[in-house]
Design a protein around this ligand. Structure first.
Ligand code: AMP
Length: 199
């Protein structure tokens, strides 16, 4: 993996452990020569992961929709202005497609609706066979335990195939998550597409 997309909160979260994890992820990507792709935010965990990656000599590409450019949140510009490259796109949809195109894998740090939606959409695209890239949750402070339990519930209640549930990798540790992502073997999709519609 040479380019990883990080989805994360535009807020920092209450526990300082969240920001610390974002910064550690940014530094780790820089140290491994992995380019960071993200939503170009200057605020919350988004700003933290990008700043830490840049400060450690890493490359960061941000993709932001025009509608968010120049906006301010609590006196700070929403978009990060000192990235390696900033791409301005026409919509949130184009942004997600572009971030996916630029990346070899995806990591979600803690966040809110935007983060959940981005991670679940990329899982859905994987489930449909539109990509075969690894996807992982960095489960800082057990933040994602309820979401992982929801995924398990969806399997036991017949809404999600176990093979597709297995696409959502998770770890509390960055190096372990990156190792799992590197070892990721996607489920052959033709099997799913040919299968009967029942789970
Ligand atoms: P949330 O988890 O709701 O804070 O949303 C964070 C995710 O949504 C990020 O990965 C971004 O792609 C996107 N996003 C939400 N708010 C912003 C913002 N103010 N600036 C840039 N991207 C944002």
């Amino acid at each position: 993996m040479q380019r990883i997309c990080v989805f994360c909160g535009s807020n920092p979260g209450r526990d300082p452990a969240y920001r610390a994890a974002a910064e550690q992820l940014g530094r780790t990507l820089a140290a491994r020569g992995i380019r960071l792709i993200y939503g170009a935010g200057n605020i919350g965990l988004m700003g933290a992961v990008a700043d830490a990656c840049l400060a450690a000599g890493g490359e960061v590409i941000g993709v932001i929709p025009e509608a968010l450019m120049g906006k301010e949140v609590e006196g700070r510009h929403v978009e990060h202005r000192t990235l390696t490259r900033l791409e301005v796109v026409d919509s949130m949809h184009t942004r997600k497609a572009r971030m996916a195109e630029l990346s070899d894998g995806f990591i979600a740090l803690p966040g809110g609706f935007g983060t959940f939606e981005e991670f679940c959409e990329i899982l859905t695209w994987g489930q449909l066979g539109f990509h075969v890239k690894p996807m992982g949750l960095l489960n800082v402070q057990g933040f994602y335990d309820p979401l992982l339990a929801m995924f398990d519930r969806a399997v036991s209640d017949g809404f999600l195939r176990p093979q597709n549930r297995a696409m959502a990798l998770a770890s509390t540790d960055i190096d372990d998550l990156l190792a799992r992502m590197a070892d990721y073997q996607p489920e052959p999709v033709s099997k799913w597409l040919k299968a009967e519609t029942q789970l």
